[in-house]
Design a protein around this ligand. Sequence first.
Ligand code: PLP
Length: 395
Amino acid sequence: MGKLIYLDNAATTRTAPEVVEQMLPYFSELYGNPSSIYDFAAKSKEAVMKARGQIADVLGANKEDIYFTAGGTESDNWALKAAFEAYKDKGNHIITTKIEHHAILHTCEYLEKQRHARVTYLDVDENGIIRLEDLEKAITPETIIISVMFANNEIGSIQPIKEIGMIAKEHGILFHTDAVQAFCQVPIDVNECNIDMLSSSAHKINGPKGIGFLYIRKGVKNRSFIHGGAQERKRRAGTENVPGIVGYGAAAQRAAASMEERTKKECELRDYLIGRIMNEIPYVKLNGHPQKRLPNNVNVSFQFVEGESLLLMLDSYGICASSGSACTSGSLDPSHVLMAIGLPHEIAHGSLRMTLSEETTKDDLDFTVDKLKDIVQNLRNMSPLYEDFIKKANA
Ligand SMILES: *Cc1c(COP(=O)(O)O)cnc(C)c1O
């Protein structure tokens, strides 16, 4: 096989070699348990503390408010389930959106079915952004938490987080955001945005898989989620994933340091890719907000094309992309996000997500668009719907 063109960085990223290098000593040299009291173990404890600081710095947070977890999914589960329990005397109402990651949506469904939660799923507009009036209207005296993702993993749309934080604060309601896609891609200040809880995951920012954190602002009542030892200030038991935590700290520091320059370059490449596709391929639609979108996200729908076939053909050229979200590939249902922005089924089925990285080059994108043009035309030539459409257009 030729060169791999990896355009699926919203699914996961390459762990940066310098991140791996910083992790390595914590496997077989400095393997002490951070909870042990001898000097050897203190090295592990210090490494965990250092990583906590590196991450807190990116968010303008206190490092005591960073709690390590096993990833974005666990952080999302923890934020909702534990807050729901801790605040049940106040009420049972949760406000979220229709375009959240399944880690939020399926947790909400669980709380509805098993814990008698009442959940409002806010609509989004055609660009994938919530309307603040809808949020205001949904608030009741029983509302205990608002959970709105910072940026969407499929269409890249970025929510008005600061405004949402203000509304939550005015009403004395907890505000959680799933920032797995936004962390180190968009500047975030938890104080400026009145964020009470924030989820993130290392493997989306060139860190290792299986390590994440939940930011919990001091004063937020949030029960422990995993019971056992006293790790993570008694809120998340279990021996720390020291190499993972070290890798996360290193990845966060690295990605924050390069954020401005990297995202500027990604935005240019992103807009170049969008421009070429829109100009050179007919019957195509851009999904997500044209400007308020992640620097590395491109999501387009090709009419008269099956997204899965498109992916297979791209794969034959070594191009990795995604049709919906990674979790739903394999299922025939169109993505809930594309449904929420109002795409008809047949258009949603022809969707393609390409997410760039710092390593993506213009040449990669030129190669991709050149192949894409041929593939889309070939697939359309096999489509009876396209044939009908062309006949009608020429009639
Ligand atoms: C990837 C992702 C998650 C899940 O994170 P994991 O670390 O893979 O469990 C949650 N939310 C969003 C928006 C994501 O993109």
